[in-house]
Design a protein around this ligand. Structure first.
Ligand code: FES
Ligand SMILES: [Fe+2]
Length: 339
């Protein structure tokens, strides 16, 4: 593991849109305790959760207009971090306040920039249209993972584990036999696997009653710092342009909490109109069952890594994750060089 555990000059998913409200939300991002809330105009605010007075968590306080009031001695801070009230004295020292972080909302997600605010450009936030488009039906969830965030990037960029970890949900024959085609475009890694004439994986059978084999594909896209977008599709075998092709999008956002724990925000979306009543819940439930299986794998892997400093071994199926790790290493080096 690299000496410095976090890239700070990045936009990280901090919460689902629905989690940030007029009740303060405390959440640690990249080792920094933060408090999130919504101002009166709806915009998200992110502050250091440690009250600068005696370090009580601001997230245990309450909102007064656009300010947050500390529940210990009643100091108030605006969404930009400036102290607006000290109840036990009349004057506020010049420049006194707490740290504020740039925050923004996109694709039903709230993002925070834990690094240098001068570098925070909201145009850099990626778009995940399946999260809030009328053409898709997304279901969202959250997992707290007891492992470093890069192990989850590895997990999602090498789907050969489906055969062994997710036998009853996501696996189908053909995953091991067909290699990943990996391409790198700047800071984006794309990996693609095509599987012809394979039985439908259980999750596809929820959406369509396939009466024969399927042609299946996995298209995986890694974008900095920690987004893995997976498009997984199945069509009737041999039917080019199958109009009833099943299409799933799995969106994964892996935000470091600490060096060894990660906030895992995920969604699974199917095409609007596909399947019958309750289908979204059944697709979500099967995917959740699979991702719950990863929780244990990642926890046990992290425990072993904590006892062993020898390097992991890279095999053919690790090509995509190695490209992602190479980009991440370069970003760490760039941040270190910039001081
Ligand atoms: S610790 Fe917050 S007001 Fe004293
Ligand atoms: Fe998995």
């Amino acid at each position: 593991m690299t000496a410095k555990p976090f890239l700070m000059n990045q936009w990280y998913v901090a919460a689902r849109k629905s989690e940030v409200s007029r009740s303060p939300l405390g959440r640690t991002i990249c080792g920094v305790p933060m408090v999130f809330y919504r101002r009166g105009d709806g915009s998200p605010a992110a502050l250091d959760d440690r009250c600068p007075h005696r370090k009580y968590p601001l997230s245990k306080g309450r909102l007064i207009g656009d300010d947050i009031e500390c529940a210990y001695h009643g100091l108030r801070f605006g969404g930009g971090g400036a102290c607006t009230l000290i109840p036990a004295q009349t004057d506020i020292p010049r420049g006194f306040g707490t740290r504020a972080f740039p925050a923004a909302e996109k694709s039903a997600l709230v993002y925070v920039w834990p690094g240098d605010p001068a570098l925070a450009d909201a145009a850099l936030i990626p778009d995940f249209p399946e999260n809030d488009s009328a053409e898709w039906k997304p279901m969202s969830d959250y997992l707290h993972i007891e492992a470093n965030w890069q192990l989850i990037v590895d997990n999602l960029l090498d789907l050969t584990h489906l055969t062994f970890v997710h036998k009853t949900s996501l696996a189908s024959p053909g995953i091991q036999e067909n290699p990943l085609t990996v391409t790198v475009d700047g800071d984006i890694v794309r990996a693609k696997r095509e599987m012809r004439g394979v039985p439908a994986a259980p999750i596809f059978r929820l959406l369509r009653d396939f009466d024969g084999n399927t042609d299946r594909s996995q298209n995986i896209t890694f974008t900095m710092p920690n987004h893995i977008h997976i498009r997984s599709e199945a069509a009737a075998a041999g039917v080019e342009g199958d109009p009833d092709r099943v299409r799933l999008a799995i969106l994964n956002h892996l935000t470091p909490e600490t060096e060894r724990t990660t906030h895992y925000f995920w969604s699974i979306a199917h095409r609007a109109g596909a399947g019958g009543p309750g289908i979204s819940e059944r697709v979500h439930s099967m995917n959740k069952m699979a991702f719950d299986e990863d929780v244990g794998i990642l926890r046990e892997q992290q425990k072993m890594l904590d006892t062993d400093s020898t390097p992991m071994v890279n095999l053919a199926a690790d090509k995509a994750l190695n490209e992602a790790r190479r980009i991440i290493r370069r970003k760490f080096a760039e941040e270190a060089a910039a001081g």
